[in-house]
Design a protein around this ligand. Structure first.
Ligand code: ATP
Length: 237
C-alpha cells in the first residue's frame, strides 16, 4: 500500500525549475532510496514533500490525502519527519534536551523516557554524552542525534537527506547500519544519498534523479547491476 505518492511534481525557485515533473512512490514499510549527482533536485524534492517549498504543479499524496501546498507544521503533525542535510540539531541544548524536543508533538509523557532509553541503546555513544551540548559532538554523533530526535516523534514516514555526508568511513558504515535497523523496526523511510552503493545495498527500491527528472526506477538490486548506474553513480567504467 502506498504511503507516499508523488505524481508529476514540479518545483522551482522563482524562475529556476529544479524538479520537472517527477513520479515517486513509497509503500508502507519500505526503505526506498533516491540517488543522483549534486544539483539533481533531490533536496528540493524532499523540501516539497515536507511543505518547505510548494510545487507549482502535481500532487503529493501522503497517508490518503493530497498534502501539496499544506503548511509544513501541519505536515509534521501527520508523522512525516525530515532529518535535513547538515543535521539541524539544537547546538546549545544537551543530547537529552534535543531528544525531548523531538517528542514535542506527543502527549504520552509516560513513555517518552522509555523511548529516550531505547535511543541510548541504539546509540550507546549518545548515552555517554547525554548531558553534553549537541554543538560539542562530532559530525557522526550529531547525525546519530538527529536521527534519534526524529525517531522520538514516532514518525510514520522518515525522510533522510544525505545522512552520510561529510562523515568518516567508519561512521558512514554505522549510520547505514542504523538506517537499516530503523527500517527493520517497521519505520517507512525515503533515503536521499550520494553514496549510491551503500544506499542501494540497504534499500528495497531506488530512483535515480538527474537534471530534475527521474531517469530510472527499479528494485535496488537491479539498479546495482545496471551498467548505466554502475558507470555514472558507482564509479565503475
Ligand atoms: P545536493 O546533493 O548538491 O544537495 P540535490 O540533488 O539535492 O543536490 P537540490 O539541492 O535539490 O539538488 O538542487 C536542485 C537545483 O536547484 C540545483 O540546480 C540548485 O542550484 C537549485 N537550487 C537549490 N536551492 C536553490 C535556491 N534556494 N535558489 C535557487 N536555486 C536553488
Amino acid at each position: 500500500m502506498s504511503l507516499l505518492k508523488l505524481a508529476n511534481v514540479h518545483v522551482g525557485y522563482g524562475g529556476i525549475k529544479a524538479v520537472k515533473g517527477i513520479d515517486l512512490e513509497v509503500n508502507a514499510g519500505e526503505l526506498v532510496t533516491l540517488i543522483g549527482a549534486n544539483g539533481a533536485g533531490k533536496t528540493t524534492t524532499l523540501k516539497a514533500i515536507v511543505g518547505l517549498l510548494h510545487p507549482t504543479e502535481g500532487t503529493i499524496h501522503y497517508d490518503g490525502r493530497d498534502i501539496a501546498g499544506m503548511p509544513s507544521h501541519r505536515i509534521a503533525a501527520t508523522g512525516l519527519v525530515l532529518v535535513p542535510e547538515g543535521r539541524g540539531v539544537f547546538p546549545s541544548l544537551t543530547i537529552e534536551e534535543n531528544l525531548k524536543m523531538g517528542a514535542y508533538t506527543r502527549n504520552d509523557h509516560d513513555v517518552i523516557a522509555a523511548d529516550i532509553e531505547q535511543k541510548f541503546q541504539l546509540f550507546p555513544r549518545l548515552r555517554e554524552r547525554a548531558r553534553q551540548t549537541a554543538g560539542t559532538l562530532s559530525g557522526g554523533e550529531q547525525q546519530m542525534l538527529a536521527i534519534s530526535r526524529a525517531l522520538m516523534a514516532r514518525p510514520k514516514l522518515l525522510l533522510l537527506d544525505e545522512p552520510s555526508m561529510g562523515l568518516a568511513p567508519i561512521m558512514v558504515q554505522k549510520i547505514f547500519e542504523v538506517v537499516r535497523e530503523v527500517s527493520a523496526s517497521g519505520v517507512t523511510i525515503l533515503l536521499i544519498e550520494q553514496n549510491a552503493r551503500l544506499a542501494l545495498q540497504i534499500s528495497q527500491r531506488g530512483y535515480v534523479m538527474d537534471g530534475g527528472l527521474i531517469t530510472l526506477a527499479d528494485e535496488s538490486a537491479a539498479l546495482l547491476s545496471n551498467p548505466k548506474v554502475r558507470e555514472a553513480y558507482l564509479g565503475e567504467a
